[in-house]
Write a protein that binds this ligand. Structure first.
Ligand code: AN7
Length: 352
């Protein structure tokens, strides 16, 4: 068997690196494209639905693709430290790749609004975690200022190498399907990933790997939907803390992706997100984090408001693993039963 070598080696010719770039990789990428046959049967029998499960990356989210490249380039230029603001996943990924690169990592997160698993990751990897009494947008403003110093590398998606690495997600989907899907649906927070996927599809078409391009569909949470409303949201709120962002860094690129692809952006409520989260876990057997479920929630809504023709191929990117946010999963479920350790008590508790 030939080992998967991570996105830099596998997509080398599409990335801005050369032989002298030190490659920092955790063998990210090569995530499953799961045919969502059960969900499709139940909800959209006319659609070929696939889930690009980015939760299967080494730190459990799509951020690893971009982080591999950003951290490799930081080492190449001699950076002494990495820094980011994060709703959680970027910090977990930066912490892991920083550890691998031997660089200290500083992360700023909004206090009380980062899912437990993500915070645990950043801490386990030895990053310096600073919680601010504010939101992600404020944290990003601060790290932008602090990283003016050349020795500290900003690894948020303002760092151009992040999007370069993340575009490999679209290339993998194309390789896995053999074509581009008709529609590609993603949750949108800072708007980097949807921009990166669009770039990936376009570059793959230029290279002759695919011939058609998908329509890009972005989904935001109702209380954090600046792109939908066309204005900054000062106090974004959503249960999907990963996308609790009011002033996306890649705003312009995301709008461009939507316009060029004849796609669209819309929002879904927290209730719709949680419903999709449960459907994915309970009907399809795929456990993603709440923000990721926004993509399926978006598809449910799209299917209600527009006609999706027979045979349409749709990919939903599930951006992060469900284990990232155990609290939300626990709150959405009934308490486990507790009974005495006897056959009869257990038997009585079974609802067969
Ligand atoms: C699971 O970690 O912004 O639109 O700081 O963690 O590219 O920002 C996370 C974003 C979707 C949105 N799903 O992607 C961060 C951060 C999950 C995420 C998004 C995020 P972008």
């Amino acid at each position: 068997m030939i080992m998967w070598r991570g996105v830099i080696e596998e997509f080398r010719k599409f990335l801005p690196i050369d032989e002298s770039t030190p490659v920092v990789s955790l063998c990210e990428g090569n995530t499953p494209l799961i045919p969502a046959t059960c969900l499709a049967k139940q909800l959209f029998p006319q659609i070929n639905l696939y889930l690009k499960f980015e939760g299967a990356n080494p730190t459990g989210s799509f951020k690893d693709r971009g982080m591999s490249l950003a951290v490799s380039k930081a080492l190449e230029k001699g950076a002494q430290a990495l820094m980011c603001a994060s709703t959680g996943n970027t910090s977990a990924s930066a912490a892991a790749y920083g550890a691998k690169a031997g660089l200290p990592v500083y992360v700023l997160v909004p206090m009380g609004k980062v899912a437990l698993g993500k915070l645990a990751q950043a801490m386990a990897h030895g990053a310096t975690v600073i919680q601010i009494e504010g939101n992600f947008d404020q944290a990003l403003g601060i790290v932008k200022e602090l990283s003016q110093d050349d020795s500290i590398e900003l690894v948020n998606s303002l760092n151009p190498y992040r999007l370069e690495g993340q575009k490999t997600g679209a290339m993998e989907v194309s390789d896995q399907l053999g074509v581009a899907p008709d529609l590609h649906i993603l949750p949108v927070g800072n708007a980097g990933n949807i921009s990166a996927y669009w770039r990936g599809y376009k570059e793959y078409r230029t290279a002759g790997q695919i011939h058609a391009l998908p329509q890009m569909i972005g989904v935001q949470a109702e209380g954090a939907a600046p792109l939908v409303h066309g204005r900054v949201v000062e106090d974004p709120q959503t249960i999907a803390t990963a996308i609790r962002i009011g002033n996306p860094a890649s705003w312009r690129l995301a709008v461009q992706a939507m316009e060029e692809s004849n796609g669209r952006i819309f929002d879904v409520s927290d209730e719709e997100i949680l419903h999709a989260h449960a459907l994915l876990a309970q009907v399809e057997g795929v456990f993603c984090e709440p923000a990721s479920a926004a993509s399926l929630a978006g598809l449910v809504k799209l299917n209600q408001v527009s006609h999706l023709p027979e045979g349409t191929t749709i990919v939903c990117t599930l951006t992060g693993h469900g284990l990232k946010d155990p609290d939300t999963a626990m709150k959405a479920s009934p308490e486990p039963l507790t009974v005495k350790a006897s056959r009869d008590d257990v038997s009585a508790a079974l609802r067969l």
